[in-house]
Design a protein around this ligand. Structure first.
Ligand code: COA
Length: 176
């Protein structure tokens, strides 16, 4: 199984049992608010379906995606996924992440993102990693900044659920 070890964390390929992790993540309104357009897992069945589909991306050959459970003390506490960017420069990677709320504020996601960025630049033929988050998501901005990413630009989008206009910030980091 694919696995990255960092100081406190193990990042490993998803397994079917991880549906519970995604179900739990989606029970947290703040997480659902920021992940809802990507991660649809409000019921147990949706969580199982999402994990099954996402595991299939991990199993593609050649491999373009790394959807990983974040383990701390043998417990799955979050998810980080990195894969081919859907927009602009196709050779680049972009990512998403979420952590169970009880574990927020301990530097876990910064540690996970730093490890993933290092793995990607050391092992994959890519030059740039891109990420984005809503302007209101200060924690996510900080995770990207503390991982060495630079703020590039902002854009406005229409949130399908609320119908409101919101702002997103794009960050990127180039291979050293
Ligand atoms: C974003 C998220 C993954 C961060 O995980 P985390 O492990 O708590 O992040 P870290 O502890 O590594 O860093 C968070 C930083 O933001 C800071 N922070 C958090 N909320 C903040 C706020 N409202 N205002 C200012 N700073 C804030 C923390 O203090 C910390 O900074 P510090 O190390 O300088 O003290 C987590 O909050 C989460 O899962 N959010 C919901 C899902 C989500 O937003 N995903 C990203 C979508 S783009």
């Amino acid at each position: 199984m694919f696995c990255i070890k960092s100081g406190r964390l193990t990042l490993r390929d998803l397994v079917l049992d991880d549906w519970k992790l995604f179900y739990d993540l989606m029970q947290e309104p703040e997480t659902r608010r920021y992940m809802g357009d990507y991660l649809k897992a409000e019921t147990e069945d949706e969580a199982k379906k999402w994990v099954t589909q996402t595991m299939a991306f991990n199993n593609e050959t050649p491999r373009h995606s790394y959807n990983l459970a974040i383990e701390f003390n043998d417990e799955a506490i979050g998810w980080i996924g990195i894969g081919e960017a859907q927009s602009e420069e196709k050779k680049d990677l972009d990512f998403g992440y979420a952590l169970k709320k009880t574990f927020w504020g301990n530097g876990f996601m910064t540690e996970a993102l730093q490890s993933v960025i290092k793995y990607c630049f050391d092992s994959l033929p890519i030059q740039r990693i891109t990420g984005e988050c809503e302007s209101s998501n200060i924690a996510s901005q900080k995770v990207m900044q503390k991982s060495g990413m630079n703020r590039i630009k902002t854009y406005v989008f229409k949130d399908e659920e609320s119908g409101q206009e919101k702002e997103k910030i794009i960050f990127h980091i180039d291979k050293p």
